[in-house]
Write a protein that binds this ligand. Structure first.
Ligand SMILES: [Zn+2]
Ligand SMILES: [Zn+2]
Length: 402
């Protein structure tokens, strides 16, 4: 990694911003890309950046980075650790690049620089996309709703990469579903409030919601194929104020994960049916169900995966691991899937971010390496960026060749 990229990384790391608030970050990237000769459009879908570089006839290839940090305190003790504070949901919070999106932005700039140095090796249009609010699972969708597909050339291929806790020098590509689909729901069970000593005059929403919390797990254990991945978690259960008042509503929030579209649909349908049934059993009104967030699995394109993995292997240097279709993907989620669903055949890859010896050290102590979203997450950014730049450059050049 060049000293300039090192300085860029540390600057981004020290100045993280939350989803849809990435003003400084987006401006910084936009300026760098303009200096390289890209035609840059800012504020796409809020704080998104689209940078285009035309180099003759050929396909349009997209390279996407995310821009946002997380509302949490960094505890790495690094000299360039973030001390940024802001407000989130009305409460003060620290902000940290604990998911490594600062690493992604750095290899994104590095890849643009590297590709411009070898312009005779590729022909077509580069489309570098800075996507806001990945952590909110909504930035990609915001860009698409803001005319991403009509205002700019539609990409023929797309690439995105995420830094992982694997050893630096490894590039992992999952055939098929690379990440899990996520859905967040809010369910409000309606009842009729009253005195705790006269339950016969009430409809108890706590009973409705409690029945739902246990019954909903039968969607997982009895309706879903046990061989398929699927999770339903109730993470919020709020109702009532004191012991002798039966409240008039109970509020739940759920997170659901799945790989296949079939299971995703089954979970959504099963949760709704179970909620309706729990209310109907008490002759309560139908519960209010709101879909808070949703993103499909990132589905890697079969042909592009094979072509990209082949090009990366031929280039040598880094270890390329292709996880077969039959193996499960990552249970994490990612809204890059919105670009895939919009019809952009893509490859989403994981790039190792930790020194192999350090991983071994942790193993010996029986501890996991602090993962993405940990306050101690501290990848070897220099090495990861070097691999990211070469992996993305090789991928783009290979997609542009016949
Ligand atoms: Zn994250
Ligand atoms: Zn991330």
């Amino acid at each position: 990694m060049t000293p300039a990229l090192d300085a860029l990384y540390k600057d981004l790391h020290e100045h993280p911003e939350l989803g849809f608030k990435e003003l400084r970050t987006a401006a910084l990237l936009a300026n760098r890309m303009r200096k390289l000769g890209f035609e840059v459009t800012e504020k796409v879908g809020g704080t998104g950046v689209v940078a285009i570089y035309r180099n003759g006839d050929g396909p349009t290839v997209m390279v996407r980075t995310d821009l946002d940090g997380l509302p949490m305190e960094e505890k790495t003790g690094l000299p360039y650790a973030s001390r940024v504070k802001t407000e989130y949901n009305g409460k003060p919070t620290f902000v940290t690049h604990a998911c490594g999106h600062d690493v992604h932005m750095t290899w994104w700039i590095g890849t643009a620089e590297a590709l411009l140095k070898v312009k005779d090796q590729w022909h077509g249009t580069l489309m570098f996309v800075g996507q806001p609010a990945e952590e909110l699972v909504s930035g990609a969708d915001a860009m698409i709703k803001d005319g991403f597909l009509s205002r700019f050339p539609k990409p023929d291929y797309g690439f995105a990469a995420h830094v992982s806790t694997s050893p630096t020098g490894t590039i992992t590509i999952k055939e098929g579903a690379a990440t899990s689909a996520v859905d967040g729901l809010e369910i409000i069970f309606k009842g009729r409030g009253g005195h705790g000593s006269m339950p016969q005059t009430t409809i108890d929403p706590i009973i409705e919601a409690s029945r739902f919390v246990t019954d909903v797990q039968t969607v997982i254990s009895r309706e879903k194929d046990p061989a398929e991945f699927g999770v339903v978690t109730v993470g919020v259960f709020q109702a009532g104020s004191v012991g002798n008042i039966i409240p008039d509503e109970a509020r739940l929030q759920l997170s659901m994960r799945s790989f296949s579209p079939k299971v995703r649909e089954l979970l959504l349908d099963g949760v709704k049916r179970t909620a309706d049934a729990s209310a109907a059993a008490l002759k309560a009104p139908s519960p209010e169900i709101r879909h808070l967030v949703g993103a499909a699995s990132v589905l890697n394109d079969t042909a592009l995966t094979a072509k990209t993995a082949d090009a990366l292997r031929r280039a040598g240097g880094d270890e390329v691991v292709v996880i077969p279709l039959s193996a499960p993907g990552s249970s994490g989620s990612e809204d890059y899937s919105a670009f895939v669903e919009a019809g952009i055949p893509s490859v989403y890859m994981m790039i190792g971010g930790f020194d192999a010896a350090l991983i071994e050290d942790y193993k010996r102590r029986g501890e996991p390496v602090p993962s993405n979203h940990s306050p101690f997450f501290a990848p070897d950014a220099m090495k990861a960026v070097k691999v990211g730049v070469s992996a993305l450059s090789i991928s783009v050049i290979s997609a542009m060749s016949k």
